[in-house]
Design a protein around this ligand. Structure first.
Ligand SMILES: Nc1nc2c(ncn2[C@@H]2O[C@H](COP(=O)(O)OP(=O)(O)O)[C@@H](O)[C@H]2O)c(=O)[nH]1
Ligand SMILES: [Mg+2]
Length: 361
C-alpha cells in the first residue's frame, strides 16, 4: 500500500502501531482529521501529473526560438535536454515542443509553442490573427470535449496558460504594433512581457526602458500577468507587487553551454566574456523561469481556466445554436415528448451554466 495513502483515520486506527502522524483518539479530542485532505489532494495531483503550456510571441529575430531552448536547457530541466548545438532556424509556422519533466515524483508535461515572427510586412494589419486564432482553437477544442455527454475523465489541456511577449530592445517605448497586439492578447490569455536580447542595453538603459514600458502598459490599459484584480489576499498582493515592479523582465537567451571558472554554464560567448543566462547579475531569465514554474504555475492555470476560458465558453454557449456539431454532439433543441431516448441532461447542463453566468453577472 502506498505509504501516503495511510491517511489518518482516527476512529479506525486503534489496532495500528502508533506513528508520529497518528492523531489523538477522535472522541477524546474531538479530532476529525480534516488536514488529511491535503495528503489526499497531493496524492491525486502526483498521480495525475501537471500539464502546462507556454507560448512565445514577438517580432522575428528577437530570440523566441532560442528562449524555447533556453527554457528546456536551463538547470531545472537539464535532464530532458534536446541535443546541443543544433542551429536555430527561422520559425515559419507555429510549432510545439513537449517534454515530460519529473522531479521528486511530480510529473510535469511542459509544452512550449514557438510562433513565426510577425510585423515584418509593409502592411502589418491583422498580423496577430494566426496567433489569436491558435489560442481560440485550443479553447474550442477543450469546449468541444467538455460539452460531450460522455466526456473523458481527464480532458487533454492544450490551452495556452501563459504567453511570453518579446518586446524589441529599442530603449524607447512600446511601438504602436506592440500596443495593439498586447491589447488583443491580454483579453484572451495571461501575458508576461519580456525585454528581448537585453544584453544589447546597458543597466541604466534597461531600467529606464522598463519604466517606460510599464507607463505605456498603464496608459493603454494593458493588464499583463499577474493582474492586480486577481490578487486574492494581502500575501498575493505583496508577492505580486514585487513581480509587477520587475516586469517586463530583461532576458537573454542562449542554447549553448560554456566553461566558466570550471563551471558549465548556459550562456552567450562574446569577445569580452560569457553572458550567463542563469546568473541574476547578468540578466533576469531566472525571474521569468521561477515565475512560470516555481511560484505561479498553478495560478496561471487557474486564471486561464476560470477567467480566459470561462469568457470564451460563455460567449460560445450564448451563441450555441451555431456551435459546430462534432462527433458526440447532443441536439439542444427541445425534444418531442414521445422520444424517451433524447439526451436531456445536456440541456439541463447548458441551462445550469447560463443561470450560473447570470448569477455571476
Ligand atoms: N544578443 C543576443 N542575441 C540573441 C539572443 N537570443 C537569441 N539571439 C540570437 O538572435 C538570432 C535570432 O534568434 P531566434 O531565436 O531565431 O529569434 P526568433 O526569430 O525570435 O525565433 C540568433 O542568432 C540568436 O542566437 C539574446 O538574448 N541576445
Ligand atoms: Mg523563431
Amino acid at each position: 500500500m502506498d505509504p501516503l495513502r495511510r491517511s489518518p483515520s482516527p476512529c479506525s486506527s486503534s489496532s495500528r502501531p502508533p506513528s508520529p502522524r497518528t492523531p489523538p483518539p477522535c472522541e477524546a479530542q474531538g479530532y476529525v482529521g480534516i488536514e488529511a485532505v491535503l495528503d489526499q489532494v497531493k496524492i491525486k495531483a502526483m498521480k495525475m501529473g501537471f500539464e502546462f503550456n507556454i507560448m512565445v510571441v514577438g517580432q522575428s529575430g528577437l530570440g523566441k526560438s532560442t528562449m524555447v531552448n533556453t527554457l528546456f536547457r536551463s538547470k531545472m530541466w537539464r535532464s530532458s535536454l534536446p541535443s546541443l548545438g543544433v542551429p536555430t532556424l527561422q520559425t515559419l509556422q507555429l510549432q510545439s515542443m513537449t517534454h515530460v519533466i519529473e522531479e521528486k515524483g511530480v510529473r510535469l508535461k511542459l509544452t512550449v509553442t514557438d510562433t513565426p515572427g510577425f510585423g515584418d510586412q509593409i502592411n502589418n494589419d491583422k498580423c496577430w490573427d494566426p496567433i489569436l486564432g491558435y489560442i481560440k482553437e485550443q479553447y474550442e477544442r477543450y469546449l468541444q470535449e467538455e460539452i460531450l455527454i460522455t466526456r473523458q475523465r481527464h480532458i487533454p489541456d492544450t490551452r495556452v496558460h501563459c504567453c511570453i511577449y518579446f518586446v524589441p530592445p529599442t530603449g524607447h517605448c512600446l511601438r504602436p504594433l506592440d500596443i495593439e497586439f498586447l491589447q488583443r492578447l491580454c483579453r484572451m490569455v495571461n501575458v508576461v512581457p519580456v525585454i528581448a536580447r537585453a544584453d544589447s542595453l546597458t543597466i541604466e538603459e534597461r531600467e529606464a526602458f522598463r519604466l517606460r514600458i510599464q507607463k505605456d502598459l498603464r496608459t493603454h490599459c494593458i493588464e499583463v500577468y499577474p493582474q492586480k484584480c486577481f490578487d486574492e489576499d494581502i500575501n498575493d498582493r505583496l508577492l505580486n507587487s514585487k513581480i509587477r515592479e520587475r516586469i517586463p523582465f530583461a532576458v537573454v537567451g542562449a542554447d549553448r553551454e560554456h566553461l566558466v571558472n570550471g563551471r558549465c554554464v548556459l550562456g552567450r560567448k562574446t569577445k569580452w566574456g560569457v553572458i550567463e543566462v542563469e546568473n541574476m547579475a547578468h540578466c533576469e531569465f531566472p525571474l521569468l523561469r521561477d515565475l512560470l514554474i516555481r511560484s505561479h504555475l498553478q495560478d496561471l492555470k487557474d486564471i486561464t481556466h476560470n477567467v480566459h476560458y470561462e469568457n470564451y465558453r460563455v460567449c460560445r454557449l450564448n451563441e450555441s445554436h451555431v456551435l459546430p456539431r462534432g462527433p458526440g454532439w447532443v441536439n439542444l433543441t427541445p425534444a418531442p415528448s414521445s422520444s424517451s431516448s433524447t439526451p436531456k441532461p445536456s440541456k439541463v447542463r447548458l441551462r445550469t451554466h447560463r443561470s450560473q453566468d447570470r448569477k455571476q453577472k
